[in-house]
Design a protein around this ligand. Structure first.
Ligand code: SAM
Length: 228
């Protein structure tokens, strides 16, 4: 398992450290996410750096937050839960659709070998890339584009995570997944979805609904249309 190495300035005083520990204990461990590596990473990734200044005080609270352009950074528990479903061991090539703030990408990059993350809103992609670089995370590649088509240049992937709600699972995401690979994605209506876990086994796909969720929409060619 890869050791977390994202934050270079760990010796400096971090006023949010206690809040992070409390977030992990009360929101994540208590709800049943117990993977020690994930908990360790969540205790270290500075979530407050991924949140707009005006929400700094709410960075570690138990809900999503606005990040501009009508988008959100997901609730910490949902980040942890989705990450756990990917069963990462440190050697994987991961695709994330919906970079948003870059926080989920930072968590993934601390648990996998490489992460390709795709964001449709250029301003968010640029912002996330700047924060990830400032933390010294060199194994995350931020791409601006329509992630409903996946990211074929980085394929095949051991794991795919979609952090926006799709009406159906876009077929390129399954095609770009390796044999035995895992995909987590919220699927359903604009206002309510089930988080689905797909495991690719030859021509067979095992599917399971694992959590009811509410995500912002996956827009794009194989997602929702702008006027939906
Ligand atoms: N993972 C993010 C984080 O850690 O902050 C949260 C993602 S937010 C809930 C969903 C993101 O998906 C938004 O930033 C939105 O712009 C993006 N999105 C929606 N449709 C997309 C598409 N077709 N391709 C890439 N990103 C998309």
């Amino acid at each position: 398992m890869k050791k977390f190495s994202g934050v270079k300035k760990t010796s400096e005083y971090d006023p949010f450290f206690e809040k992070r520990l409390r977030m992990v204990a009360e929101q994540i461990e208590r709800r049943g996410v117990n993977d020690a590596h994930i908990l360790e990473v969540l205790k270290k990734v500075p979530r407050h750096l991924f949140v707009p200044r005006e929400y700094l005080d709410e960075s570690y609270q138990d809900h999503p937050l606005p990040i501009g352009s009508g988008q959100t950074i997901s609730q910490p528990y949902v980040v942890a839960f989705m990450t756990e479903k990917l069963n990462l061991c440190g050697e994987e090539n991961v695709l994330e659709i919906g970079t948003g703030s870059g926080y989920q990408a930072a968590v993934l990059a601390s648990l996998a070998k490489t992460v390709h993350t795709v964001e449709r809103v250029k301003r968010l992609a640029d912002n996330a890339e700047a924060v990830l670089r400032s933390l010294g995370m060199e194994n995350v590649f931020v791409h601006h584009g329509d992630g409903s088509l996946g990211w074929s240049e980085g394929a095949p992937y051991d794991a795919v995570i979609v952090t926006a709600a799709a009406p159906n699972v876009p077929s390129p995401l399954v095609q770009q997944l390796k044999e035995g690979g895992r995909l987590v994605i919220p699927v359903g209506s604009r206002w309510r979805q089930d988080l689905e876990l797909w495991v690719k086994n030859g021509t067979e796909i095992e599917k399971e609904a694992v959590l009811p969720v509410v995500f912002v929409p996956l827009k794009g060619k194989l997602g929702w249309r702008d006027d939906d």
